[in-house]
Design a protein around this ligand. Structure first.
Ligand code: SF4
Length: 871
């Protein structure tokens, strides 16, 4: 039998201003659905001086205040900590909780399940399958131990307070009247509580609803009747989400005052674009602050480099971190240091160890020490001591409220140990330092600070948050069916059907609430424009509620004007869309024309490597940008298995093996297996900072074998070419300080040929150039090397020559049979290219298909020139 309510119901239409009509000077309690309403309501409150003041609560806060006891109430992080402490090994295994970090999802489900039973006054869920019953039994058994543990510690939580019916109305004792504004979401437990309270208080429910739509016994909306139409409603339909968004923003621009915006999507796309023009959320999670970002990056850095016995710093992660200004300020990192980090990455280093930090980047020493200290941490107090070293500095620049919230959070965490909630962290984390740091980060994530609000900004609401204020004009974006239906099916392991069979029509209820809030949004505004999308290909359709509005109010869809434009035009016109490749160039405009040659572009002498020759031949402009202006494209962090690093490693190993044989005066094929293996192993080890640890095993096993086998095969192929005198085996010729001969001059600039030959074999009758390659090779490069050798070798060279690429992983020679004439014509071509360039006086840009792959195309913009010529 439904118990009769002793509550008063007052119904209003959507045009009435509830705050104006209800909030009086008499002391009373006012309760609101959300915090925004509470703030708005306060504006209408003008208390008599020196009289008793009214109290304002959000419904969430009010419910929490209703139950209390003498015991300390545990909240937030302390609850999952206790929950974790009562789980046995078998449960942890079944729940796949490897460490405390994995508890959060289970914890939410655990407390959610019992809150559901409590809110809906159910002793159990009926009709469960065996596996579900097993889960419920497990939850019940854990709950028993959890509550026992709470009791032993002498604390309580919200669940226990409500179970024990610790209703405490002390905080309301000075009031007679309680007013609830548009609160329609009641659970049986809350309903019962209100009924209980109604013997002491006059409780008024103020509802902007039709009386027939609300079931006063059950305290539930049963249906929603659309009222007479008194406001203007327009619905505009676009063909894509982008067009809808663009139309929404365009409308916003044309109407500046008293405008309110809503986006029905979960991810508010327009928010990103409009950012400071909107009052979106006056609260910011501590997660958004610089100090959090810094700590989080330090945590990631620690996690990435902790597996080895000594701490390593992953360069990729460090590179990302070095873009944070707080990090740079903390360590006083200079541009040169950043350059160093980039250089190391370019040279294929993957990690930094302590020695490399000392020699290359001593500025990072405090970071290294911090990471080492994290490893030693055993308690929260130790963590806080360590963190304070950075946070004291970092919080200097933050707002006072952020600093206070941050320090309060540290104290709250500290209280976990002080209150004896956790005795030893060993049971919670295998790596206590990392674990406790993640605990701190998680804790900070849920703390928020209020932000200064731009008064000029437009109010921005979510669909869920229907405020009780009158507005002139409302724009609502993205009202598609996908965004309007309530998506949650069932609850954890319970299906929607099972919930329904147990009397819990949660989905139906949530859908009605959503519809109610939507109606409140549009019916409290003088004019609403709703933007929606219809696109069959992408399976997007307008929300069904719109059909209802169209039928009831005799409306129609208006097509968005922007449907005429294509998406690219919209992007260009509205968003000034950024498609440019990120180039570290300050004056991009300076490079989108043919540049004049300056006197000192080449200096008085210039070294031509094979690649510089290639770029020169390819495009003068690119040659200038890449080789003379040395414009770097943004450093692209390479995939974990760097082919360049592998190439360097291979060269080092082959080089060292051959030098070893030469020093021992033996044929490289005669190197003992043991020595060969040692040399390979040593080189892999020496390069370990360049190898992602995930791949180290791969290098040690697979690459090791491939290189060894390839070297053995190579020595067999080599045997017939080996000179009699091993001193005629030259590796990496010429040495770095070798005095080269000028190749040609032009306009007083001397040009030299540069390059290094991997292996050079000299015999009486011929010289043999061998280039080791781990990827594809270029025979022309061998011609270039031969030309360079003939130009620079100080003694007489044999007349015949041989050239080959040894493809290390294919274990084969690729011989080149180009004659000397071909090599000389390459040299002639180089001279000709320079002659033409210097005579023209500028670096020409010519649009060709290769421009599509050019990293400089966005600053060169040669295609614009091309288009202009074409017009
Ligand atoms: S875009 Fe084309 S013309 Fe411009 S620098 Fe690159 S390759 Fe040269």
């Amino acid at each position: 039998m439904e118990q009769e309510n002793n509550l008063n119901f007052k119904y209003y239409n959507y045009k009435q201003d509830l705050f104006k009509e209800i909030i009086s000077q008499q002391p009373a309690v006012y309760i609101f659905d959300n915090y925004n309403d509470l703030k708005e309501a306060l504006k209408h409150y003008q208390p008599k001086p020196l009289s008793q003041q009214s109290q304002f609560f959000s419904i969430k806060e009010f419910k929490e205040r209703l139950f209390s006891s003498d015991q300390i109430l545990l909240k937030e992080e302390k609850l999952p900590l206790i929950l974790y402490s009562v789980l046995n090994a078998e449960e942890k295994k079944e729940l796949r909780l490897d460490s405390y970090q994995d508890i959060y999802q289970f914890s939410a489900r655990f407390f959610g399940y019992f809150k559901l039973l409590q809110d809906y006054q159910l002793s159990e869920i009926k009709g469960l399958a065996d596996w579900q019953q097993h889960r419920v039994n497990r939850l019940l058994s854990i709950k028993k131990r959890y509550q026992q543990r709470l009791k032993e510690l002498g604390y309580t939580d919200q669940l226990a307070l409500k179970e024990n019916k610790n209703l405490n109305l002390q905080f309301l004792k000075e009031f007679k009247q309680i007013n609830l504004f548009n609160i329609v979401d009641f659970t049986p437990y809350f309903k019962k509580t209100l009924q209980q309270m109604s013997s002491e208080f006059e409780i008024n429910l103020h509802l902007q609803l039709k009386k027939e739509d609300f079931n006063e016994k059950k305290l539930e909306i049963e249906s929603l009747t659309l009222p007479e139409k008194t406001t203007k409603i327009e619905i505009r339909k676009a063909k894509s989400k982008l067009k809808s968004l663009a139309a929404f923003l365009e409308e916003k621009e044309s109407f500046k005052t008293e405008l309110q915006l809503i986006d029905a999507a979960d991810e508010v796309e327009s928010a990103e674009i409009l950012s400071d023009q909107l009052k979106i959320n006056p609260y910011q999670s501590l997660k958004e602050t610089e100090i959090y970002q810094l700590l989080n990056s330090i945590y990631n850095l620690y996690q990435k480099g902790k597996k080895s016995s000594k701490i390593l710093i992953e360069l990729k992660e460090l590179y990302n971190l070095s873009t944070q200004s707080l990090f740079k300020k903390w360590l006083e990192i200079t541009v040169e240091d950043l350059q160093k980090i980039e250089d190391l990455l370019r040279n294929d280093y993957y990690y930094l160890d302590y020695n490399l930090i000392v020699s290359e980047l001593p500025v990072l020493k405090p970071l290294y020490e911090l990471l080492e200290n994290i490893r030693k941490i055993k308690t929260i107090s130790e963590l806080i001591e360590l963190i304070t070293e950075i946070s004291d500095f970092a919080l200097e620049a933050e707002a006072k409220e952020t600093a206070e919230k941050f320090n309060d959070s540290l104290l709250e965490l500290k209280s976990i140990e002080e209150m004896g909630v956790v005795k030893s962290w060993q049971d919670y984390y295998s790596d206590r330092g990392a674990g406790l740091l993640s605990l701190l980060l998680n804790h900070l994530k849920f703390k928020s600070i209020s932000l200064a609000v731009n008064d000029e900004a437009a109010e921005f609401f979510s669909l869920e948050n229907a405020p009780q204020i009158k507005r002139e004009k409302l724009l609502l974006n993205n009202l598609t069916q996908e965004n309007f239906v309530h998506k949650n099916d069932g609850l954890y392991f319970l299906t929607e059907k099972q919930l329904k069979n147990n009397g819990l029509k949660l989905n139906h209820k949530k859908q009605l609430l959503k519809k109610y809030k939507f109606l409140r949004h549009i019916l409290t505004a003088e004019k609403s424009i709703i933007f929606t999308v219809e696109n069959e290909d992408e399976n997007i359709s307008p929300a069904v509620i719109l059909e209802e509005l169209i039928l009831e109010y005799d409306l129609d869809y208006n097509q968005c004007k922007l449907n005429m434009l294509n998406e690219k035009e919209i992007l260009n016109n509205l968003f000034n869309y950024q498609t440019e490749v990120e180039l570290e160039v300050n004056h991009k405009a300076d490079f989108n024309k043919n540049l004049k040659i300056e006197a000192d572009d080449f200096g008085s002498s210039f070294n031509f490597s094979y690649y510089k020759y290639k770029y020169l031949k390819d495009c003068y402009h690119r040659f200038y940008l890449e080789e003379l202006a040395r414009l770097d494209t943004t450093l692209e962090i390479k995939p974990s298995l760097s082919l360049r690093a592998l190439g360097i490693l291979t060269h080092e190993i082959f080089g060292e093996l051959i030098i070893y044989a030469r020093d021992q005066k033996i044929d490289p094929a005669e190197i003992s297996a043991e020595n060969r293996k040692n040399i390979i192993k040593k080189n892999i080890k020496a390069n370990k900072l360049k190898i992602d640890r995930e791949y180290l095993n791969y290098y040690q096993k697979v690459i090791f074998n491939s290189l060894e086998n390839s070297f053995i095969h190579f020595t067999e192929l080599l045997q017939k070419y080996l000179p009699d005198d091993y001193q005629n085996i030259l590796i990496e010729w010429p040495e770095w300080d070798y005095q080269r001969q000028k190749y040609f001059s032009n306009q007083q600039i001397d040009f030299y040929l540069s390059g290094r030959i991997d292996l050079l074999l000299l015999s009486q009758s011929e010289y043999f150039i061998i280039d080791f390659k781990t990827g594809s090779g270029d025979h022309k490069q061998l011609d270039f090397y031969s030309l360079m050798l003939r130009q620079n070798y100080k003694k007489k060279l044999p007349s015949e020559s041989r050239k080959a690429i040894y493809n290390v992983f294919e274990q084969a020679f690729e011989h080149s049979y180009n004659k000397v004439e071909k090599e000389d014509s390459l040299g002639q071509e180089l001279q000709e290219l320079i002659k033409l360039l210097l005579a023209a006086g500028e670096y020409d840009r010519i649009y060709k298909s290769r421009c599509q792959r050019c990293p400089y195309k966005d600053i060169c913009r040669v295609e614009v020139l091309n288009n202009e010529e074409g017009n």
